[in-house]
Design a protein around this ligand. Structure first.
Ligand SMILES: Cc1cc2nc3c(=O)[nH]c(=O)nc-3n(C[C@H](O)[C@H](O)[C@H](O)COP(=O)(O)OP(=O)(O)OC[C@H]3O[C@@H](n4cnc5c(N)ncnc54)[C@H](O)[C@@H]3O)c2cc1C
Length: 346
């Protein structure tokens, strides 16, 4: 075994280049983790820090001030085939691999399923945290288990798919308290036989004249739609959908639709509770926010769910706009929007 050289924990580190909103914020303490063995070696020290947070690609966060605790920045890389047969493959992927590059790698190797999730920014390790989803697919469908490090007691643990308690943009890891679990690896089960998912209407429409659709076709169409609709954070800083789509009772849905016949909503089919998911983008658009600008921030002109930062450095201004939107939606529709983006810093 090689001797491990442990880096010093740094103080007062700028996070500006590490969040896709590009707002200014400093971390009181910051530690890059290059090897799982470093977590073992530092277990006691990490358990003693009373406020910590794991940072991936910073594409689902908003800093509204400096972070007063310890930011852990894993840099864990590597892909491994655990098992395979003619039909399936089990892959173990380290947390800091780039998500979109991983999706491309899978397609090139002939491992299918993730193509609808192309071009989602961020890391593999963050994907199960909010159970990323897009265009009719959620990542939970392909996760076998995840490997984590419990920062409170220094134990390594495996969470099976059931233990992850995946839900819409949610998981056990996300709920279990901030900074408790650091995902080190995610194990995926993928298929070697293409099974394109075309349940999302624009995808279905795009391919209606084709008799056969390949995963590469789906990948390319998803990338095309996303590039058309969503701002690239490198050009226009943002964190994707700022709000979750709210879920309401059937009675509330009917009350809303009678007042707003063009409302976009659909039944949540996994539950027998007769709930409806409402498109938060429709609510925000209909409330007049789409394309608006206030100071150096605004709501994207093509996608009302996305708050964009033209040139502000203060995350608090973005949060104030989000709160204005939340209040107005509550006032007009009686629905409380919940941020999908994690708010940090105070
Ligand atoms: C333009 C754009 C489009 C987007 N589109 C989508 C979309 O279609 N669907 C979707 O679901 N999301 C979307 N997102 C949101 C975002 O890309 C995903 O949530 C992504 O998984 C975040 O990855 P990240 O590495 O940047 O995580 P971060 O933003 O760094 O962190 C997000 C959360 O995950 C935790 N976390 C990160 N890494 C680890 C780890 N190794 N261990 C434990 N916890 C960890 C953090 O503590 C935090 O709570 C979009 C974002 C942008 C900017």
């Amino acid at each position: 075994m090689t001797d491990l050289i442990l880096a010093e924990i740094s103080s007062n580190i700028s996070l500006r280049q590490l969040n896709t909103f590009r707002v200014k914020a400093n971390a009181a303490s910051f530690l890059q983790i290059n090897d799982v063995a470093e977590l073992d070696a530092r277990a006691h020290e990490l358990a003693c820090s009373n406020q910590r947070f794991v940072l991936g690609g910073g594409s689902n966060l908003l800093f509204i001030g400096d972070y007063p605790g310890l930011v852990l920045f894993p840099q864990l890389f590597g892909k491994q085939i655990l098992e395979q047969n003619e039909k399936t493959v089990k892959l173990r992927i380290a947390a800091s691999e780039n998500w979109h590059e991983f999706v491309k790698y899978c397609l090139n190797e002939g491992y299918f399923g993730l193509e609808n999730l192309a071009l989602i920014p961020g890391t593999v390790g963050a994907a199960p945290v909010q159970n990323i989803g897009a265009y009719g697919v959620e990542v939970e469908q392909f996760i076998n288990h995840i490997e984590c490090f419990d920062l409170e007691n220094g134990q390594k643990l495996t969470l099976t798919k059931n233990q992850c308690e995946f839900a819409y943009r949610d998981s056990f890891i996300k709920r279990a308290g901030q900074g408790r679990y650091l995902v080190t690896h995610v194990v995926f089960d993928l298929c070697k036989t293409p099974k394109p998912v075309l349940t999302y209407k624009p995808l279905k429409n795009a391919f209606q004249s084709l008799s056969k659709v390949s995963p590469i076709d789906v990948f390319e169409e998803v990338c095309r739609i996303r590039r058309e609709k969503l701002p690239d954070p490198k050009e226009l800083p943002n964190a994707g959908s700022f709000f979750k789509n709210p879920v309401v009772t059937e009675a509330k849905y009917h009350q809303l639709i009678s007042k707003h016949p063009s409302l976009v909503g659909f039944p949540v089919d996994s539950l027998k509770l007769k709930l409806y998911k409402i498109a938060a983008g429709w609510l925000i658009d209909n409330a007049g926010f789409k394309g608006m600008m206030t100071g150096k921030i605004g709501v994207h002109k093509h996608q009302a769910l996305v708050i964009v930062n033209y040139s502000d450095t203060n995350g608090e201004n973005i949060w104030n706009l989000a709160k204005t939107i939340i209040d107005k939606i509550q006032h007009i529709y009686g629905i409380e929007l919940e941020p999908e983006v994690r708010i940090l810093g105070r």
